[in-house]
Design a protein around this ligand. Sequence first.
Ligand SMILES: [Mg+2]
Length: 243
Amino acid sequence: METSILLFDVDGTLTPSRRPITPEMKEFMKEVCSRVHVGFVGGSDLPKIHEQLGDELFALAEYVFAENGCVAIRKGQVFSEESISEKIGEDNIKQLINFCLRYIADIDIPIKRGTFIEYRKGMLNVSPIGRNCSLAERDEFWKVDSEGKVREKFVEALRKNFSHMGLQFSIGGQISIDIFPRGWDKTNCLKFLEHYQTVHFFGDRTMPGGNDYEIFASERTIGHTVTGPEDTKNQLKELLGIQ
Ligand SMILES: [Mg+2]
């Protein structure tokens, strides 16, 4: 039985939000990888996480979990893939998409663009304005949404019609709603780490409602809240006794 692994959220924990890891942080994490087993878990897809962390760290990590573990990698090799369509079935996916398209068609907001539904491995990302709006249009939608509760009402309608499918509906970011099977938050990757006695988890959004909350609060992990990459580094130095 392996003793322990240090598991890290990516965005805001190892890297600035949506940005690549800094060269200094990369060097530091290489040192960490030489001392203990390290894993990364992010909500983004695999290419995005790979791009943020770079080839070297990617190769040194024991595990990498993209899309909260829907794509699982051990020592650089994908060993497990799950998708929302396999989980809930094509017929249910179809009903869900048809409903969202009709619902979006009937929403009266000032601007609509394109890509109203993005199918990802572990979730559907649904946006009333459409994902390929500009930054200014995104801000504009956000105002309209805050006042008119566009997404809140959408989520209510989804809950009413699809509660039997075991789904979670979450309002995330500025313009969209995430729909995913219940339990497919970051705790989804813990089933691959049962051979470790101790799992330390480091994340920046560990408060209730944050995307690290469930794994942070899980009794399987020892949770560490960080304020950003620099804080992660300081806490690791303390934990591992690195000078
Ligand atoms: Mg984060």
